[in-house]
Design a protein around this ligand. Structure first.
Ligand code: COS
Length: 382
């Protein structure tokens, strides 16, 4: 995408956010649902196809472009980004990265058009951070696999047309090597969903359990066609997802800082705007430092990702920093707003609850620390 096209796309997004999404935020919060006309407009804008290569009908953004667009989108309530999030990211990218040509041709055009929604099914009741311990089994019976297990907290499960499902094809093999990634159409018999989870925040984004009982899939539903590679596919998808999430954190940071500045300049105490008080200025300045450091690291990691460098450590560091930073920014935003910051109508308390998940999903801060330190110690002892 040339600079001019990207700038136009960004300003279209900015207008969409200002004119359509921000005014609908209260409705989304109250109804716990994104209105269908907004989903339809997102489809028309091509947002479901952001990351799908042009050859398969998508826009084919690289990570520098995708993060720029996602940052704009994430200035509005995170529920909107969540509608497209799994299709753009973790739900589709296993097929893009490791799928066979036939799998790409079957699924990517539909995903790019937003006619199919994808979702990523890795986490289980007993396998969260320790993803390689997952218990869902996929047992080979002739030309098919029989799948049994339960997946937990699966984002967009009720909207999904297709899941990228991680299951154990070699139950006798402990850990990562026994895991395969499957393309599982959501209308396959034997799939049922739990009740929508009731969450601390992120209203309008849906997660449920996905229960798999004697689900039968053809053997060629394995991504790439070779069993035992699914954990690596999942990890590669998550590296990329962590970069995408930094853009989400940055968009939320932009909004929180805007809200904090507007409030601090307008709110008067002791005869002057509170923005004139140095202790408030310190909070604003610290928020800006957190935003600038996330931005600088994100742009650097996205450029290296696009050039084909191996950046697992950097993606973990970025996700860790961006999610912790937006947590601090949200906390300061509440503090700058004082009593108003605790009240729903000012919206900062909503952002404060919404950002909390960023330090947890797609790998907790502690898992990111572990990944960073592992890479460092391995490099040092190599
Ligand atoms: N890219 C490619 N391959 C990777 C990889 C990556 N980023 N990370 C790990 N692998 C490979 C390893 O090279 C190893 O392969 P070999 O055995 O051939 O060397 C294999 O995958 C297993 O890796 P590892 O031994 O590091 O696995 P562990 O079980 O020790 O732990 C962590 C891996 C903790 C990093 C992983 O389980 C993780 O990311 N957990 C968090 C899961 C998560 O984010 N869940 C969020 C829910 S999904 S929205």
């Amino acid at each position: 995408m040339d600079r001019e096209t990207l700038d136009m796309f960004r300003s279209t997004m900015r207008r969409f956010v200002e004119e359509r999404l921000i005014p609908a935020e209260d409705l989304v919060e109250e109804s716990d649902c994104v209105p269908t006309e907004i989903v339809e407009r997102m489809r028309e804008l091509g947002l479901f196809g952001l990351s799908i290569p042009e050859a398969y009908g998508g826009i084919g953004c690289n990570m520098q472009e995708e993060t720029a667009i996602i940052r704009e989108l994430s200035r509005a309530s995170v529920a909107f980004r969540s509608v497209i999030g799994t299709t753009v990211g973790i739900g589709s990218q296993g097929i893009v990265m490791d799928g066979t040509e036939a799998q790409k041709r079957e699924w990517l055009p539909r995903l790019a058009a937003g006619d199919a929604i994808s979702s990523f099914a890795l986490t289980e009741p007993e396998a969260g951070s320790d993803a390689a311990s997952l218990r869902t089994t996929a047992i080979r019976e002739g030309d098919v696999y029989r799948i049994n297990g339960t997946k937990r907290f699966i984002t967009n499960a009720p909207r999904a047309t297709v899941f990228t499902l991680m299951a154990r094809t070699a139950p006798e093999v402990k850990g990562a090597a026994g895991i395969s990634a499957f393309i599982l159409p959501a209308d396959t018999p034997g799939i049922s969903l739990g009740k929508p989870d009731r969450k601390m925040g992120q209203k309008g984004s849906v997660t449920t359990d996905v229960i798999l009982e004697d689900v039968i899939l053809p053997a060629d539903a394995i991504i790439g066609g070779i069993p035992g590679k699914g954990f690596k596919t999942a990890m590669k998808v998550l590296d990329r997802g962590r970069l995408h999430l930094a853009a989400v954190a940055l968009g939320m940071s932009d909004r929180l800082i805007d809200m904090s500045l507007t409030y601090a300049l307008g709110r008067r105490q002791f005869g002057q705007p509170i923005a004139d008080f140095q202790l408030v200025q310190a909070m604003l300045a610290d928020a800006e430092v957190d935003r600038l450091t996330t931005e600088a690291l994100m742009e650097k990691v996205a450029a290296r990702f696009d050039s084909g460098d191996k950046v697992s450590l950097e993606c973990a560091a970025l996700k860790y920093h961006a999610s912790e930073a937006v947590g601090r920014i949200a906390d300061r935003a509440v503090q700058i707003h004082g009593g108003a910051g605790y009240m729903a109508e000012y919206k900062v308390e909503r952002f404060y609850r919404d950002v909390r998940l960023l330090r947890i999903y797609e790998g907790t801060s502690q898992i990111q620390q572990l990944i960073i330190a592992r890479h460092m110690t391995r490099q040092a002892s190599a």
